[in-house]
Design a protein around this ligand. Structure first.
Ligand SMILES: Cc1cc2nc3c(=O)[nH]c(=O)nc-3n(C[C@H](O)[C@H](O)[C@H](O)COP(=O)(O)O)c2cc1C
Ligand code: SF4
Length: 519
């Protein structure tokens, strides 16, 4: 009997466009034709415009087809049986140019393995980092993480090794590891993808962190909008416990480490680390004043390592292959790779992991293929709702923390949202203030009140009322928010606003004093 092994993603992004129906139809058609079929539900390869993507095992490797609809299944199975051509054939999966151009260190297994199978994870190099960590002292692990140059992937880009060392050196009876998987930034989905496609890698990274700093318990805080990720991570935790890599005496060592998933309630500010800790402790997500830093007094008042999901997921590669293997990628002080997420009005949207240093223009025009609408790209917002808008004139900016900061921008969590020439940038500036007003935790005045005054003032500018005065007021207000806010929600909202004003001034009406001005 003929045997067919197929791979279909169970990633939420693929399921949303029909992956479950495609998997079912494949089984039904194969069984009608008398073909034995094994369906493996993987994560996504991250080429979202090709989802649902179906891969079929062949002696030459997996061959991909996409985007596949249920009406394509009969011809797909025929093509498989006769080894014939098919219009949706994309070729050997690994050779698809968009995938081949990437440097997948963190996402190496995503889209390849069955995320529910510990054996599959191990068969693809999983837990090699933990094995090595168990042979090292705490100082040696910390030295490796520091030498790798890894910086936090959640937004602030703080060096991970220094954070871990601070917690390791803090004296306390208990310490905690917390994974920030709140992923609230617009246009981002990498945390979700890794949790759904390779949850063990994040769990392995957290376990290594626990061993390094002396914590026996960790929490994973996942936003409630990610039910598939919650299910995948919980299944992986159960499998790791059963496999002896979580719980007491992990992998036969003297170390114990266990994990628990907590589901957030849907506030953007709950991604801010201290607000997240409040939420984990069962209170409203209100930002805490710093100091004390979470590294000194974090969860339940104990020293806590809190890192983004991608920061933890980068750790196993570093431990398994050595700090240099990671640090060899990248530019300047941005070492290693960044899982960049291309979103918004873009032709080829998805996850593109690459070494730091790729330019914004290369990402948007070349890798992203320009806009989906086919109109010219006008603006790109990088780094979520608090990130600056970049015009074409800045497209030669390399993806690097400092290079973006030099243009009053940020890389954040690696989200790149593309807009075509129909965008109204004054409206986008207003939206930044509105977002801040809605999501503000309310603890400090510049953010709570300033954002609402910001909306009103931008509205005045858009109506052409007292434009010079209102523009001066916006600058003043932005300075107050930048320097007077307790956290980056109020502190960074000025960046999208001021970048829109600086680079797209024409969208805010005539310049006062100019010929066109009506004042
Ligand atoms: C308003 C706000 C929202 C944030 N949201 C997230 C988030 O969703 N995920 C995340 O990892 N970090 C988020 N951060 C950054 C965290 O406060 C913190 O820097 C991060 O969890 C540290 O981990 P890292 O060093 O691995 O990046 C946010 C910060 C602010 C100010
Ligand atoms: S800046 Fe905004 S979100 Fe942050 S503490 Fe102040 S009020 Fe809360």
């Amino acid at each position: 009997m003929m045997m067919m092994r197929v791979y279909v993603s169970r990633d939420a992004g693929a399921v949303a466009v029909g992956a479950d129906d495609v998997a079912l139809a494949l089984e039904q058609v194969a069984s009608k034709r008398g073909i034995a079929i094994e369906t493996i539900r993987t994560g996504s390869r991250g080429l979202y415009w090709l989802e649902p993507m179906v891969e079929i095992a062949t002696p030459k490797g997996r061959v991909a087809f996409g985007p596949v609809g249920t009406s394509d299944i009969a011809s797909l199975v025929d093509a498989f049986a006769s080894e014939g051509a098919h219009p949706l054939r994309l070729g050997i999966s690994e050779d698809i140019p968009w995938l081949k151009r990437q440097t997948r260190l963190t996402f190496a297994r995503c889209g390849v393995i069955d995320p529910r199978s510990l054996n599959d994870f191990r068969a693809h190099g999983g837990y090699k980092g933990l094995e090595r960590a168990l042979m090292l002292t705490s100082d040696e692990i910390l030295a490796d993480v520091t030498a790798s140059g890894l910086r936090g992937r959640g937004g602030a880009g703080f060096p991970t090794g220094i954070k871990w060392k601070t917690v390791a050196q803090a004296g306390a009876d208990r310490k905690f590891i917390v994974c920030n998987a709140d992923e609230g930034d617009s246009g981002t989905f990498a945390d979700r993808m890794i949790m759904e496609g390779d949850p063990f890698v994040m769990i392995e990274g957290m376990t290594i962190a626990g061993i390094a700093i002396g914590a026996a318990k960790g929490y994973i805080y996942i936003r409630s909008e990610y039910p598939h990720a919650v299910a995948a991570v919980n299944a992986a935790i159960a499998a790791a416990r059963a496999g002896g890599t979580l719980g007491t005496c992990i992998a036969g060592s003297r170390h114990s480490f266990d994990l628990e998933v907590r589901v957030g309630a849907g506030a953007y500010v709950c991604g801010e680390e201290t607000s997240l800790l409040e939420s984990l402790e069962g209170r409203r997500g209100l930002v805490r004043a710093k100091p004390p830093l979470p590294a000194h007094r974090g969860l339940f008042g104990k020293p806590t390592v809190i890192n983004n999901a991608l920061s933890f997921a980068a750790i196993p590669f570093i431990l398994a292959n050595g700090a240099k293997a990671y640090a060899d990628f990248g530019m300047a002080r941005s070492r290693g790779t960044m899982p960049i997420q291309l979103a918004g009005n873009v032709k080829y949207g998805g996850l593109f992991e690459t070494a730091f240093g790729v330019t914004l223009g290369e990402l948007v025009d070349d890798i992203g293929g320009g806009t989906l609408t086919g109109r010219p790209v006008r603006a790109v917002q990088v780094g979520g709702p608090l990130g600056a808008y970049f015009p074409r004139a800045l497209f030669d900016t390399p993806f690097d923390y400092e290079a973006f900061a030099a243009h009053d921008g940020l890389i954040g969590h690696g989200g790149v949202v593309v807009f075509d020439d129909s965008v109204d940038m004054a409206k986008q500036a207003r939206f930044a203030m509105e977002f801040c007003a809605i999501e503000s935790c309310g603890k400090c005045t510049p953010c709570r009140i300033g954002s609402t005054r910001g909306i009103e003032t931008i509205d005045k500018i858009r109506r052409g009322e007292r434009v010079s005065e209102s523009l001066a007021l916006i600058e003043d207000l932005c300075n107050t928010m930048k320097f007077g806010s307790l956290c980056a929600l109020g502190g960074f909202t000025p960046y999208p606003v001021l970048s829109a004003l600086k680079h797209f001034r024409e969208d805010f009406g005539p310049v006062p004093g100019s010929f066109e001005a009506t004042e």
